[in-house]
Ligand binder design. Sequence first.
Ligand code: ADP
Ligand code: LRH
Length: 501
Amino acid sequence: FSGPVHLAVDLGASSGRVIAGGLNGDRLELAETGRFVNRPLKVQDAMLWNHLQLWQDIQDGLRDAALRANSEWTGASIASVGVDTWGVSFGFVDANDQIAAPVWHYRDARHRGMAEKICEIVPKDTIFAETGMQFMDINSLCQLIAAKQNSDSVFQTAESFLMMGDLFHWLLSGERSIEASNASTTQLLNPATQTWSTKLLDGFGLPHSWFAEPTAAGTTIGTVQSSVAGETGLHGVPVILPATHDTASAVLAVPAENFAPAKPDWCYISSGTWSLMGVEVPSPVVTPLCADLNFTNEGGVQGSTRLLQNIGGLWIYQQIRAALDRQGNAPSWQEMTEAAASAPAFQLLVNPDDPALVAPDNMIDAICGLAGRTGQKVPTDNGVLFRGALEGLALRYRMCLQHLESLTDSRIETIHIVGGGSLNALLCQMTADACGRRVVAGPVEATAIGNILMQMIGSGSLHSIDEARQLVRHSFPTQTYEPQHTDRWDEPAAKFATSFE
Ligand code: ADP
Ligand code: LRH
């Protein structure tokens, strides 16, 4: 690099990383200065975030970046830092400026069934009209009500509610803020006004004082506080808010030709542990059809809306691998794809959103159990298992595409796949085939890139989303997959649709 370097801390569901990004000539280049596992921790049967370990890992990655800026990257200087994490997770800070409570993981069993239970407190229609959000057990609102019903001590001790990206920004800078994109995953924010729904806060008995007004991505909230600068070497470095919701950052880095068109001709799949499939539109679509189809209106950058659906993504595939790993037999991603590619097609129908697959102890047992219960042949071959998990995703994408087109009354020509799943060529081809649309895959590190782009916009070195996307197109290669034999997916799609109802 030469010139300003921005540091993106990206906490994904399977790993966290610290990535430095800056211009090398007219291209954006990345250098990874930290990668660490992000695994929930069981404490007294509770599934929690291991946030203190993450805070240490983050500081290690930042220190490495500061050292490399001084030694290796001649002419470069660290211009800013920002953190993104997955949605829906939050922590609390108390009046003594300390973390107030354990941070619960959204997959903890106490959240199961909460999406229905919250509607016994405030009617479902009201919650949807106020937030335009997909109903899911993992939403922050569900987690907060579970905490309340469990008499968690935060209701006595907490002063501020912070989403997890905000919590790490507070650790970095000492400043408390709530960035708007991740606030939009709480199911407490009004997407049209970008303010907290007082109707819902009152209806659910949640203290207004916990919730600061959301701040837009691109805002500088402070500088790295001196104790952290001492640990990391980031003296006086500004903390600039990226879109702290990882999906919002990933969508910003989609190499599309336009920004938030009223009639979208492209959609994205941010493909990792989850698959977030949707369009970027200028304003929220809070309609009865959106409620019926259970889509969500999340906050995008610069006032855009991410109209999308959370689909259980490569989680199942990852967990099959984890189950094999526990038997001492973990295949590589490539071995899994090869086995799936040579297995016969459509032997096993797996719905990626099946509640039985959200957090089973053993994913292979869970899928075999599901196959038995749904009258399917129980798989005995790993290739069939792997293929079933990928075909289930492609079929789900086909359904989601149809819904997106109905919701926006438009025809989508291109599906952009970004994130780790863009490296799975078989899944990309299946997606093109099942959907009958061109797939453009890449960049892989879209989330970290989007994080860096927003810091560049915030610091004035980029001036618009269009300019940012042009830089992505110019800097990172993509792979195109043309649809083939879409008709072969018609019958499985019809079966899938029936099983989905
Ligand atoms: P998250 O941030 O949600 O943890 P990532 O975007 O890092 O997710 O994607 C992780 C997933 O990407 C893995 O579960 C795996 O399925 C897929 N993946 C990663 N590397 C490869 C690869 N080389 N080939 C195929 N798939 C890959
Ligand atoms: C993806 C993601 C997604 C959801 C889920 C909890 O990493 O952020 O958008 O919010 O995690």
